[in-house]
Design a binder for this molecule. Sequence first.
Ligand SMILES: CC(C)(COP(=O)(O)OP(=O)(O)OC[C@H]1O[C@@H](n2cnc3c(N)ncnc32)[C@H](O)[C@@H]1OP(=O)(O)O)[C@@H](O)C(=O)NCCC(=O)NCCS
Length: 148
Amino acid sequence: MEIKIIKKNKKNFLDLLLLGDEQEDMIDKYLESGKMFALYDDDDLKSICVVTKEGKDVIEIKNLATYEKYQRQGYGSKLIKYIFEYYRDKCKTIFVGTGDGTSNVSFYEHCGFKLSHKVKNFFIENYDHPIFENGVQVADMIYLRKEI
Ligand SMILES: CC(C)(COP(=O)(O)OP(=O)(O)OC[C@H]1O[C@@H](n2cnc3c(N)ncnc32)[C@H](O)[C@@H]1OP(=O)(O)O)[C@@H](O)C(=O)NCCC(=O)NCCS
């Protein structure tokens, strides 16, 4: 398994980026300034993650995705663990925002994040189409945080 930092042509990963954040103009807001990590196993891309610096000692995970056929095989957690190590001496707090009530919340809790705060109606006000998970519309963004 290998994790690479991607500096050029980040849009080549658009299929995976859209799995983590389904509107391209929202991705464009953080892709250039963000640091992109890509996890490969057997030379095959499995997962990506984009992280931004949000202030002194604070970073945010803006996008994380594992190809559907490789989900629940530990790749997402391995990438998050790598990011904890990578940033351990560079920052103190990691935030991640995701749809309130989605299964992603369980994933981030599994990775050691704790619930922080909500942004009411974030997905309704910032996306040009309704976002659904398992047939239920997602309205609020829930932030989780972890101290590293
Ligand atoms: C969220 C995501 C990145 C997790 O990646 P992954 O490679 O499947 O994660 P892992 O295999 O490391 O999962 C580790 C643990 O997290 C939890 N978890 C992961 N996906 C879950 C789900 N859909 N429902 C409930 N718990 C889940 C489980 O505890 C899992 O352990 P287990 O499989 O032994 O039960 C992946 O589901 C994904 O790409 N989803 C679509 C994109 C997306 O919504 N990204 C989040 C943007 S904020």
